[in-house]
Design a protein around this ligand. Structure first.
Ligand SMILES: *[C@@H]1O[C@H](CO)[C@@H](O)[C@H](O)[C@H]1NC(C)=O
Ligand SMILES: *[C@@H]1O[C@H](CO)[C@@H](O)[C@H](O)[C@H]1NC(C)=O
Length: 557
């Protein structure tokens, strides 16, 4: 054929193009794609493909069943060598964080929490019923601190598009929203300097403000963002709760300081002023307070644990975070602790375990909660910041004793994990016989206290106790999900999902509760990581942790 050279070139390019398309199609079209292609061409192929697919599905189902029967599930070895030094253990904790983050990322992205066993989203009433990504916001500072860079970027990207007011639905807990959302975003800003986080923190705190429009300024417990309506809990007979209205100041004061918008600090100071002006029965703070102006105390219930705890914590930390200049706050903290030690601190027999009992009027209930174990760390933090040596030593001792008691509640259980609440009676010490108190939901307070004790004393036993807890989490709380269709071995565990709470710490094969709490990332994982890190990682001279373990920078006067 008499083609000219440029025509030859065109034909040549054309032929090569067609060849490329054919080869590409041959190699890259997945079998599903091929089935789809045949569907239009030939119905026989469609039926064949359908039968093949059906057979494959059945085969997978059988494999999955076999795998599930093969319990106990072997725990996959960590990829690193023996985790027998602090460095190895720190990396091990980082891997735990990645493992459970991946589970959340894969199965519950944007939901508040993950159900690791069901591999789906979870939420609890404190979040209302909207999809507000609580895990992302609670975890982001931890992801940043441990250096999970890709995961951090992913979380930041999600948050940058997140509109809290739009996403939140139903009644939200003012307290939980403040410590997890405002607190998490503030610490992300404090760590990174990324203004996006500060803007989001201010948005969240702003939508909470209507809850503070009350006669005395003591805020309501719940707020519905759609209607702006705020209220107390139906079970609290019209009263507010000490730990809730008393754990606002650290976030609100810091937020005002960073944004220059004074409205938040004003709300927090008003609450403090009201409390300062009130008479305290024997120096103690009752749990309930009325919504009147001036408010009145409710029933004389006193505790170091639930419904009281972080009020004391925030007095101490407010003093520290403002550069130890606020003498009123320091004095009120000391007076409260003095009264509690005098009335509520007990030592058990025969093991001499120290604990704070609960009181109802003059009636003493000899139980101590996992939540209350935080107070060991609080005492140690006080000790580290106290100029008077006598007082400093006194609080270090108190911290050590509480850390020891809480460790006993762990070591005296079957799983080595402590229960939600434990008793001291003539027959038991630091244990519980109540089924309803026997659960563990990945709470951090015991490890938190060991973390402060490690920083203050450098006694290796605290690191060992924390490592024991890591191993018990691996044994009882970890949720491994098989993906048998990826049967060729290394990928065998790739569907793994996360960590769950357990229903009974005294059971040798405890049932899991199928909830991966958002505070697992914010608190437990963070304190575990920090206990195996150098003191310079979030130095306690520069950082103070809110009650959700979100670090804020200490302000120097
Ligand atoms: C923030 O706190 C620092 C240290 O206490 C203080 O110097 C500064 O004026 C505060 N800024 C605002 C806007 O309150
Ligand atoms: C330290 O505190 C103790 C106990 O409150 C007190 O007796 C002592 O005078 C204080 N020491 C100094 C130097 O202030």
């Amino acid at each position: 054929m008499g083609l000219r050279s440029h025509e030859q070139l065109v034909v040549c390019v054309g032929v090569m193009f067609l060849l490329t398309v054919c080869i590409t199609a041959f190699f890259f079209l997945p079998s599903g794609g091929a089935d789809l292609y045949f569907r239009e061409e030939n119905t026989v192929h469609v039926r064949d493909a359908f039968i093949r697919e059906e057979l494959r599905r059945k085969e997978q189902e059988e494999l999955r069943k076999k795998a599930e029967e093969a319990i106990p599930i072997p725990i996959p070895k960590p990829e690193i060598g023996a985790a027998d030094d602090a460095e190895g253990r720190r990396i091990f904790v980082k891997q735990m964080i990645k493992f459970s983050w991946d589970g959340y990322r894969k199965y519950a992205w944007g939901e508040n929490e993950l159900r690791p066993n069901s591999r789906s989203g979870h939420s609890s009433s404190i979040f209302g019923y909207g999809k507000t990504g609580a895990t992302i916001i609670d975890a982001i500072d931890t992801l940043y601190i441990v250096g999970l860079k890709e995961e951090y970027k992913d979380a930041r990207e999600w948050i940058s598009h997140f509109d809290f007011k739009e996403a939140a639905k139903g009644d939200l807990s003012v307290f939980e929203t403040n410590i997890r959302f405002t607190g998490g975003l503030l610490s992300a800003y404090a760590l990174t300097g990324d203004k996006m986080f500060l803007k989001k923190a201010e948005e969240v705190a702003t939508v909470l403000l209507p809850a503070f429009d009350t006669p005395s300024g003591i805020p309501y417990s719940l707020i519905d963002l759609q209607t702006g309506r705020a209220k107390t809990y139906s079970w609290a007979s019209g009263k507010a709760i000490l730990s809730e209205y008393g754990s606002i100041q650290l976030e609100f004061d810091y937020l005002s300081n960073l944004t220059g918008n004074p409205v938040f600090a004003e709300k927090a100071n008003k609450i403090r002023d009201v409390l300062t002006s009130m008479e305290k029965p024997e120096g103690l703070y009752p749990i309930y307070i009325s919504m009147d102006n001036p408010p009145r105390w409710g029933q004389h219930l006193f505790s170091m644990g639930a419904m009281a705890d972080s009020w004391y914590e925030y007095l101490l930390k407010q003093w520290i975070s403002t550069g130890k200049t606020d003498d009123r706050t320091k004095r009120e903290y000391e007076e409260a602790m003095f009264a509690m030690e005098k009335r509520m601190l007990f030592k058990s027999e025969p093991s001499n375990l120290w604990y704070f009992a609960k009181m109802n009027g003059n009636r003493v209930e000899h139980s101590f909660e996992h939540l209350a174990c935080f107070c060991g760390g609080m005492a140690v933090l006080h000790s580290m910041n106290e100029p008077n040596r006598t007082i400093s030593e006194h609080y270090l001792t108190l911290g050590k004793e509480i850390g020891h008691t809480c460790h006993e509640s762990y070591s005296r259980s079957t799983t080595g994990i402590g229960p939600e609440s434990f008793q001291f009676t003539s027959s038991i010490e630091a244990k519980t016989e109540r089924r309803q108190d026997s659960y563990y939901i990945l709470r951090p307070e015991v490890v938190e206290t060991w973390f402060y004790l490690w920083r203050a004393t450098k006694d290796e036993k605290y690191r060992q106790w924390a490592w024991d807890h890591v191993q018990n989490l691996e044994k009882y709380a970890k949720v491994n999900f098989f993906e048998p269709f990826l049967n060729s071995s290394p990928s065998y565990f790739q569907g793994a999902a996360g960590y769950s709470g357990i229903r009974n710490v005294y059971d040798s094969a405890p049932e899991q509760d199928d909830v991966q709490q958002s505070f697992l990332f914010a608190e437990l994982f963070k304190y575990l990581y920090l206990i195996f890190s150098d003191d310079s990682v979030l130095s306690l001279d520069q950082w103070v942790f809110n009650t959700e373990a979100h670090p804020f920078r200490i302000r120097r006067p």
